[in-house]
Design a protein around this ligand. Structure first.
Ligand SMILES: *Cc1c(COP(=O)(O)O)cnc(C)c1O
Length: 376
């Protein structure tokens, strides 16, 4: 059996251990220390977000963002439906209700028209949503001009889930720097990883200061343990931040490599009837975290997403259906949803292809050969 080709696996630079060893040598083996401080500075500077709090996960960053916006029991939060469950779960942690919005077909992200329709409808029904939680899916920037205009018009702040989009830009601005707050993830399958970790970004230094406070058990300044707020244990470890520093040094290379893999797939599938690539619109630069395609069996002589996935699996090559939209998930069946059918359609026929920046030439040959036996 050939060795397994993963969808997206960790790709170390070699410098991570230098910073991890520094943590050990100086005994900063704790959820604070020089690596955490430096990683925060470097992230804020790279994304252009001003300020950054390094946290234990992207999920905890979303949770803190909602807490700081005062989201609580009975509140409503607008949330992109076409995403991973980690985007929506923290809304429920707060006892609030997600209001799911479908995607438009160009970026596969939040549909601005549906968004405005939903906001008006929620207001008529008696509640103004507390936040707009949008996603840059698979690294593709959302339609930020339109969505920001709606956010301003109705005075509802944006939380940007850029967990999949570190290094992506729109009109020269980095994903994660558009909203009032931005969220990054460094989970093992993301474009850079710390094994597990995340970050909250904002131009507002007070919000980031507050996130650091809440993420370290909300300790008041007193010689004893004094608390006036409910705290969380959400801070990033200084060991983990060392991995992050080594990874961030090579982010440009990783974006370039993922974009090259996207080009690789386009070079032999781009002109095949019935295969539609997830594609940048004007002004966008996607990190192409995962190369994703829609496979329309009515135009591919019956070849379906599932037949492609199973054929690849038989060769020990991992591929995966697109995220199942949140408004179709059993756990969110009670939540209001504003749907246009796009994400359901994309979920039914879409596939993510192996996209790791560490794919070897030999592995790419295996993938290409297999795909060309399917799409002759
Ligand atoms: C990975 C991911 C998250 C969660 O990040 P964690 O660090 O795993 O908690 C959130 N949203 C999206 C879109 C993601 O892909």
């Amino acid at each position: 059996m050939n060795s397994k080709i993963w969808l997206s696996s960790p790709h170390m630079s070699g410098n991570e251990l230098k910073y991890v060893n520094e943590a050990f040598d100086t005994n900063w083996v704790a959820p604070l220390g020089p690596n955490v401080n430096q990683f925060e500075k470097e992230l804020a500077s790279y994304v252009g977000s001003g300020h950054c709090a390094a946290l234990s996960s992207g999920t905890s960053a979303i949770h803190l963002a909602l807490i700081m916006l005062g989201v609580g029991v009975g509140d409503e939060v607008i949330c992109q439906s076409f995403t991973f469950s980690a985007t929506a779960n923290p809304i429920v942690y707060q006892g609030a209700t997600p209001i799911f919005i479908d995607s438009e077909s160009s970026t596969w992200n939040m549909d601005p028209e549906l968004l405005e329709f939903a906001i008006k409808d929620r207001i008529v029904k008696g509640k103004k949503p507390k936040a707009i939680l949008l996603v840059h899916l698979y690294g593709m920037p959302a339609l930020m001009n339109e969505i920001s205009a709606i956010s301003n018009k109705y005075e509802i702040p944006i939380i940007e889930d850029a967990a999949e989009a570190l290094g992506s830009t729109y009109n020269g601005k980095y994903c994660g720097s558009f909203g009032l707050m931005g969220v990054l993830s460094f989970n093992g399958n993301k474009i850079i990883t710390t094994s597990g970790g995340g970050a909250l970004l904002s131009q507002d230094s007070e919000l980031i200061k507050r996130a650091r406070f809440l993420s370290t058990q909300a300790r008041d300044s007193a010689p004893h343990y004094q608390h006036s707020n409910i705290g969380y244990n959400y801070r990033m470890s200084n060991v983990v931040a060392g991995i992050g520093r080594g990874q961030l040094e090579v982010i440009e290379d990783r974006v370039e490599k993922r974009r090259a893999i996207n080009q690789f797939y386009r070079s032999f599938l781009g002109k095949k009837e019935g295969i539609l690539f997830h594609t940048e619109q004007e002004g966008m630069c996607s990190n192409y975290w995962l190369t994703s395609v829609l496979i329309d069996p009515s135009k591919t002589k019956g070849i379906s997403r599932d037949s492609v996935r199973l054929s690849l699996e038989a060769e020990n090559i991992e591929s995966r259906p697109l995220w199942k939209p949140m408004h179709l998930q059993p756990v969110f069946s009670g939540a209001p949803a504003y749907s246009n059918g796009f994400s359901e359609h994309a979920f039914n026929i879409g596939l993510c292809l192996p996209s790791g920046s560490n794919l070897s030439e030999e592995e790419k040959c295996r993938i290409k050969e297999k795909l060309l036996t399917i799409f002759v």
